[in-house]
Design a protein around this ligand. Structure first.
Ligand code: HH2
Length: 262
C-alpha cells in the first residue's frame, strides 16, 4: 500500500508555517476539507504550536480551538487525528470524533488505551521552549530508537494493541541538523522496532537551510520541493505515514515513489 499522507491543520495563531491562517473555525474546516479532497488519509488537527521557543497554551484554550473543528470535519466524513500533549485535550478530541492520537510528548498511552484509538509516539528532547538549545546525543539513532521502544512497551502494558502503535523520530524536536540527517538516513533502524513509522519533515528549518539562496532561507510556504525530497527519501527508508502541509503534491510524489520502490 502506498504510504499514507497526513494533512496538517494548525488551529493556532503562531505555528511556524501557517500560524493564524486557520484560527477562525470556518477557515479551519474549509482547509481540512481541502486537504481531504487533495488525498489526505487523515487530517491532523492541532491547537498548540510546538515550534522551537513556543510558549505552552492553556489546555482549555487549546480544547476550544480544536473540538469544533474536529466535530465539523468528522461530521462531513473526514478522518481526524488530534495533535496534542495534553490528556484532557486528547480525551475531548476523541469524544468529538478524532480517530487517532498524535502525541508529541509520547506520554498519553493511557488515554489512547482507554479511548481505543491508535497512538503516535513521537520523540522530543525536552520541551518546545528549550529543545533547540544545544541538543546533544552520543548516538541519536540508538537513543531515539531505545526511547520509542521503551514507550511502545509501556503502551502495550497499558493495553494499547500492537497494531495501534506508530513511532516517529520527531524531526526538529530537540535535534540539530546532523541529528535530523542521521535519523532520516537511518529511518530503517526505527522500522526494525516493528511498528509503522510516521515522519514529519514538511517545511521544517533544515529544509529552509538547505535550500537557502544568498544566505536566506525561503519562507516555510516556499519549501515544497525540499519537503517532497525529504518525504520521498523517508518513504524510501520505510516511512508509512508522512505528515505534510502540501498534500496534493505529496500524494503525487508518494504514489510515484511507491510504484518504483515496492
Ligand atoms: N511536527 C510538528 C507538529 N506535530 N507530530 C508528529 N507526529 N511529528 C512531527 O514531526 C510533528 C508533529 C511541527 O510542525 P507544525 O505542526 O507544522 O508546526 P507547529 O508545531 O508550529 O504548529
Amino acid at each position: 500500500m502506498a504510504p499514507a499522507v497526513m494533512g496538517i491543520l494548525n488551529v493556532t495563531p503562531d505555528s511556524f508555517s501557517d500560524g493564524g491562517r486557520f484560527l477562525d473555525p470556518d477557515a479551519a474546516v474549509e482547509h481540512g476539507l481541502r486537504l481531504a479532497a487533495e488525498g489526505a488519509a487523515i487530517v491532523d488537527v492541532g491547537g498548540e504550536s510546538t515550534r522551537p521557543g513556543a510558549a505552552p497554551v492553556d489546555a482549555a484554550e487549546e480544547r476550544a480551538r480544536v473540538v469544533p473543528v474536529i466535530e465539523a470535519l468528522v461530521g462531513q466524513g473526514v478522518a481526524c487525528s488530534i495533535d496534542t500533549r495534553h490528556a484532557g485535550v486528547a480525551e475531548a478530541a476523541v469524544e468529538a470524533g478524532a480517530s487517532m492520537l498524535n502525541d508529541v510528548s509520547a506520554s498519553l498511552h493511557e488515554v489512547a488505551a482507554a479511548a481505543g484509538v491508535p497512538w503516535v509516539a513521537m520523540h522530543m528532547l525536552g520541551d518546545p521552549r528549550t529543545m533547540q538549545d544545544d541538543p546533544r546525543y552520543d548516538d541519536v539513532v540508538a537513543e531515539v530508537s531505545t526511547f520509542l521502544a521503551e514507550r511502545a512497551r509501556k503502551a502495550l502494558a497499558a493495553g494499547v494493541p500492537r497494531d495501534g502503535i506508530v513511532v516517529d523520530p520527531g524531526i526538529g524536536f530537540g535535534k540539530g541538523p546532523d541529528h535530523n540527517r542521521a535519523l532520516l538516513a537511518h529511518l530503517d533502524a526505527l522500522k526494525r522496532l516493528g511498528y509503522p513509522v510516521l515522519l514529519g519533515v514538511s517545511r521544517k528549518s533544515f529544509i529552509g537551510r538547505l535550500t537557502a539562496e544568498g544566505g536566506e532561507a525561503p519562507p516555510p510556504a516556499d519549501r515544497v520541493e525540499g519537503s517532497l525530497a525529504a518525504a520521498v527519501a523517508g518513504i524510501a527508508k520505510g516511512a508509512d505515514i508522512v505528515r505534510v502541509h502540501d498534500v496534493r503534491a505529496t500524494v503525487r510524489a508518494a504514489r510515484v515513489a511507491d510504484w518504483i520502490l515496492r
